[in-house]
Design a protein around this ligand. Structure first.
Ligand SMILES: Nc1nc2c(ncn2[C@@H]2O[C@H](COP(=O)(O)OP(=O)(O)OP(=O)(O)O)[C@@H](O)[C@H]2O)c(=O)[nH]1
Ligand SMILES: [Mg+2]
Length: 354
């Protein structure tokens, strides 16, 4: 490392809060990491220490203060990673594709991080297990970082945790960050907003369903993958997809870039070189047309607004004495006042100089 102390912070100056010590953590080898201050974690993460990055991501996932402090220190170092979203229906082969894509990007000497999001199974963790198994061969490669996370259904869960995790991984110097998510509703659209490049995965035999499934996400794909091209019906599905892409023409998200449709057989690695080439071409297109800045600004705006909302409401409730809140709830219940007036009073109380 040429600049061993890029953060300019002395590790000893920020003792770890005892509240955050992970005595009950089952990951014994992380015990030392758990005792580190946010500044020290950030510094180690910048030096490429994966366990420090993993620890920060976990703190952020749990919405702990130390995670946010660490991210503040890391944030200025990011902005170089290419974030690629991989989305598509359950079982389409996304994890198998990601596994093959890691191998190809590694062959090109890129460092790769993966965030596999499972929005669907809050309890079983089944898909997450699947992700781990499929990407197992990369687990010991120091140039690869794989993190699975469940959103547990909380509102904006994916948007927030994947934004924060990708900011950490970006600062850590990963060249490519792959974000895998099952194509369901809002989570999928969140990924689109997070990623520079969105790959939409399809499989043969979706038949008429394809119309319904693709209605929303067809517009947002930068490239389309027809995986399981070894399965019957691949030609028919490709024909349908091409027709739909043709209908979409002229309303491309990034003018001048025509989203390719690529066939893959992920377990064999067929078509993977072409997918990586297409991702790279899309990123280059963005780079030369101001697209990176545009996307970063949109994402930054959205995240900033969300944070202001959160901080402002926290401040309101912190200022409202517990008794005052309870009184207002009671007034609303008894219709002595209405919820609008009650909310206005709480917010006005916060805005008053203390
Ligand atoms: N025949 C064939 N099978 C494939 C292909 N790609 C993946 N599979 C198989 O499809 C199954 C699902 O693959 P996954 O990679 O777990 O799919 P996924 O989209 O990540 O699944 P979820 O994360 O659970 O939504 C596995 O049994 C894979 O081996 C392919 O190109 N051809
Ligand atoms: Mg998967």
């Amino acid at each position: 490392m040429d600049e061993p102390n890029r953060l300019g912070a002395r590790p000893e100056t920020r003792p770890a809060s005892p509240a955050h010590s992970e005595a009950k953590s089952s990951e014994g080898r992380q015990a030392g990491v758990a005792r580190r201050s946010p500044a020290e974690l950030a510094e180690r993460a910048l030096e490429g220490e994966q366990s420090a990055g993993a620890r920060l991501i976990r703190l952020l996932e749990n919405q702990e203060r130390d995670g946010i402090e660490g991210l503040k220190a890391l944030y200025p170092h990011g902005g170089r990673a290419h974030i690629v979203g991989i989305t598509g229906p359950p079982g389409a082969g996304k994890s198998t594709l990601v596994d093959a894509l890691i191998a190809e990007w590694r062959r090109r000497e890129r460092r790769v991080a993966v965030i596999a999001v499972d929005p669907s199974s809050p309890f079983s963790g089944g898909a997450i297990l699947g992700d781990r198994v499929r990407m197992q061969r990369h687990a010991t490669d120091p140039g690869v970082f794989i993190r699975s996370m469940a959103t547990r259904g909380q509102l904006g869960g994916l948007a927030r945790t994947s934004f924060e995790a990708s900011a950490v991984l970006d600062a850590m110097g990963y060249d490519v960050i792959l974000v895998e998510t099952v194509g369901v509703g809002q989570d999928e659209l969140d990924v689109v907003e997070l990623a520079h490049t969105t790959a939409v995965v399809n499989v043969p035999g979706l038949g008429d369903d394809i119309q319904a499934i693709k209605a929303g996400i067809l517009e947002v794909g930068d490239l389309f993958i027809l995986n399981k091209a070894d399965r019957p019906g691949a030609d028919e599905t490709e024909k349908q997809l091409r027709l739909m892409l043709h209908l979409r023409e002229g309303e491309e998200r990034d003018a001048g870039f025509e989203p390719p449709l690529l066939r893959t057989v992920a377990p064999r690695g067929d078509g993977i070189v072409e997918v990586v080439d297409a991702c790279t071409a899309h990123y280059e297109h963005l780079s030369t047309t101001g697209g990176i800045e545009r996307k970063t600004a949109v994402r930054g705006h959205r995240f900033l607004v969300e944070l202001v909302r959160e901080l402002a409401s926290e401040a309101v409730f912190a200022r409202a004495a517990a008794g005052e809140l309870a009184q207002l709830v009671d007034d609303v219940r008894a219709r002595r006042t209405d919820p609008y007036s009650a909310a206005e009073r709480l917010v006005a109380a916060m805005l008053k100089p203390s």
